[in-house]
Design a protein around this ligand. Sequence first.
Ligand SMILES: CC(C)(COP(=O)(O)OP(=O)(O)OC[C@H]1O[C@@H](n2cnc3c(N)ncnc32)[C@H](O)[C@@H]1OP(=O)(O)O)[C@@H](O)C(=O)NCCC(=O)NCCS
Length: 173
Amino acid sequence: MSLADVAYMPETPAHDAEIDAINEEAFGPGRFARAAYRIREGGPHERALSFVATDGETVVASVRMTRIAAGQGRALMLGPLAVRPAYKNLGIGRKLVAIALEKAREAGHAAVILVGDEPYYGPLGFKRIPSGQIAMPRPVDPNRLLAHEVIAGAVGKLTGMVRHEDGRQAVSA
Ligand SMILES: CC(C)(COP(=O)(O)OP(=O)(O)OC[C@H]1O[C@@H](n2cnc3c(N)ncnc32)[C@H](O)[C@@H]1OP(=O)(O)O)[C@@H](O)C(=O)NCCC(=O)NCCS
């Protein structure tokens, strides 16, 4: 495998089965109980802003974006991001995040939030959202609620419970 063989492209329905397998491998069955998953259940993700990395015909990594709302604020939520084990630590995850952020900005989205590790996402332009500003439908370590602001002031408008923008509220049970 050479990094030169890895290509990046918007995902299509043809990638779905492989993306599911990558997320199963990375997060296991517990992924369905995660706070971000509950929000993503509320509606579709944005195919045009979600990207895969491929090696030949094989999908080796995926990042998805979903429109969310919280109070008056609107944003995208990034995730899941997962890279096949044999392709980790080659810069593929960082590249997928960079592509997704750039396309989100071009599409006019004001902010991108996620639940993730600050040591990984901080250098990619994400900062902690002030504790208590937003809430998730499942408990989340507040230190892992991060945001990348595209338009000044956009993150401050995100308040209260985060939901899918289509309005189908996640059930917190
Ligand atoms: C996390 C993940 C997406 C990173 O993708 P990747 O392509 O392997 O990472 P990159 O090559 O872009 O970056 C590698 C660097 O990130 C670091 N890194 C990886 N995961 C990290 C984490 N959770 N926290 C801090 N740093 C991390 C690596 O140590 C490496 O550091 P280095 O450049 O100093 O050597 C990948 O390891 C993965 O799929 N993990 C399982 C699923 C997961 O945890 N997804 C993130 C959910 S928030």
